[in-house]
Design a protein. Structure first.
Length: 254
């Protein structure tokens, strides 16, 4: 009995690690919204991981939501809570507070009537706000509170956080994000055969940042460039079919 429990516990931890690994790029992508707020990016990522686990516990697949869409709420909520507790605060302008309240009510109403998370255009039509105003207010909303939290009295009494990230800051946040991207890319390449992996590393300059031609790679392996082209095509086809490659899409905006 004890051995069975140990096996189940080990299996549970393996599932947990796989869940966090597959969600890593999404967590890093969402953490970019909180840059410049005086909170370390690694702390945000840890908070995001906690949000992933919270979302996994509460996720109900019978409701028709995609997990990646559903879990974003819990990631943002966890990050927002962390920033609220550990970052310096300022007051949000009254007009922006008003817009936040309108967006909050619109999301709740549209979500109830349409049974799906509304996009910015639907919110704009519902509230009459411009898309630019909604974008600005939504950034603050992700920082100071979660999407289902009442903002009314709390807005007027609480001290709010700086919510305009300094996008010029590339270090150390950018460095950490790229480290995570490199790790995810490395894990993806590990799914290939050694020769396929080496061809792509040389072809796209993933090691020394120096891209090589098919002919140059062919000389390295003492084969023709057409043979290298065939290996490259096979490797890229495998990566397109690999589920893990979809996680890298969140790094496109780094």
């Amino acid at each position: 009995m004890e051995k069975v429990l140990q096996q189940r516990l080990h299996f549970g931890w393996c599932c947990r690690d796989e869940l966090l690994r597959s969600s890593r790029s999404l967590v890093v992508y969402l953490a970019r919204n909180y840059r410049g707020l005086g909170v370390a990016i690694e702390d945000l990522i840890q908070a995001g991981n906690f949000g992933v686990l919270q979302g996994a516990v509460r996720f109900d697949h019978t409701k028709g939501y995609r997990f990646s869409t559903y879990v974003q709420y819990w990631i943002r909520k966890s990050m927002s809570t962390w920033v609220e507790r550990h970052s310096r605060g300022i007051r949000i302008p009254r007009t922006l507070r008003k817009a936040i309240n309108q967006i909050q009510k619109a999301r709740k109403a549209l979500n109830s009537s349409h049974m799906k998370y509304p996009d910015d255009e639907e919110i704009a039509k519902f509230t009459g706000l411009s898309l630019a105003k909604i974008t600005s207010a939504s950034k603050c909303l992700r920082v100071v509170g979660s999407i289902d939290q009442k903002m009314g009295d709390w807005v007027n009494s609480a001290k709010f956080l700086e919510c305009t990230p300094d996008t010029s800051i590339k270090s150390p946040e950018e460095v950490v994000m790229r480290q995570h991207m490199t790790k995810d890319l490395h894990d993806l390449l590990e799914t290939l055969e050694p020769r396929e992996r080496q061809v792509l590393i040389h072809r796209f300059g993933l090691g020394d940042h120096q891209r090589k031609s098919l002919e140059e790679i062919g000389r390295l392996f003492s084969v023709s460039k057409e043979w290298i082209r065939k290996i490259e095509r096979t490797a890229l086809t495998k990566l397109r079919d690999e589920k893990s490659s979809r996680n890298l899409i969140h790094y496109l905006y780094l």
